[in-house]
Each structure stands twice: as structure tokens, then as C-alpha cells.
Write a protein of this length. Structure first.
Length: 144
């Protein structure tokens, strides 16, 4: 009887995604496809955060954001036939420079379905590479 009254907390659901991007690939895509490429992959805020002036866009920043989007897709694990728009995953930057992931439809719906309610991001770039690691945390489940 006493045993039935005890509830044991199970570890929260944790999912991880990571990705690495070769910066010259992003630079080449920007040069070849320009605005069409930028607007297909990145939101207005992401482009603005990587642009110093009209002629000076940071391909390192874009590559890190691309890696963050890929890492988030790995975290959400869409089915092979399920398309997830690039812009449904956004890297947002606070005033102090910290970055995080903001999900829009349909990515936010996928996170809800997976039980993920918090996502954290770490991204970096060095020379010709940019990388990102995304951790998703869901609520703890309980069992008796």
C-alpha cells in the first residue's frame, strides 16, 4: 500500500543536436544567390545581426546561425517526408550578445509534440568553420 503512494521523478527529457559548417560554402552561396539565398534561410533579424553595412555581411555569423538551424533540426528530428522551413528556426540575439533559439510554426509545434519546452544554444566560429550545439529540455515525467 505504501509503495503505491510513492511517486518517483524520472529525469527530464533531454535532446541534443550539433552541427559544423564550412564558412566558404556559406560565402559562396551568398555570392552566387544573394538576397534570394539569404531570405530563404535567414530571418530579417538574423540578416541584420550579421550585417555591418550593405556591403559587409558576416559569413561567419551566417554560418554559425546555419549550424544552429541544422542542430535544431537534428534535435527536433522531423520525419523524412516532413519539410521544416529554415526560417521556422530563428537565432535571436539579446542586447548583451547572448544568442538563443526561437521557434516559429511548424518547428514550435514539433517541439511541443516532442515534449521539448526549453532550448539553449551555443555557437562559435574559428577560421573556416562554424559550429553550434543545441540542447532541448522537456518536463520531467513521473511514474509510480
Amino acid at each position: 500500500m505504501l509503495r503505491k503512494l510513492l511517486t518517483i521523478a524520472v529525469t527530464p527529457r533531454v535532446a541534443v543536436g550539433s552541427d559544423i559548417v564550412w564558412v566558404p560554402d556559406i560565402r559562396e552561396s551568398v555570392q552566387q544567390f544573394g538576397e534570394r539565398y539569404l531570405r530563404f534561410i535567414f530571418t530579417e533579424k538574423e540578416i541584420a545581426n550579421c550585417t555591418r553595412n550593405k556591403e559587409d555581411i558576416s559569413c561567419w555569423g551566417l554560418a554559425a546561425r546555419f549550424a544552429a538551424k541544422e542542430a535544431t533540426m537534428k534535435l527536433l528530428r522531423p520525419d523524412r517526408d516532413q519539410l521544416l522551413p529554415w526560417r521556422s528556426i530563428e537565432v535571436v540575439q539579446s542586447l548583451n550578445g547572448a544568442v538563443n533559439i526561437k521557434l516559429h510554426e511548424p518547428a514550435s509545434r514539433m517541439a511541443d509534440a516532442a515534449g521539448i519546452d526549453q532550448i539553449t544554444l551555443s555557437m562559435s566560429h574559428e577560421r573556416d568553420y562554424a559550429t553550434a550545439v543545441v540542447v532541448g529540455i522537456g518536463k520531467a515525467t513521473y511514474q509510480q
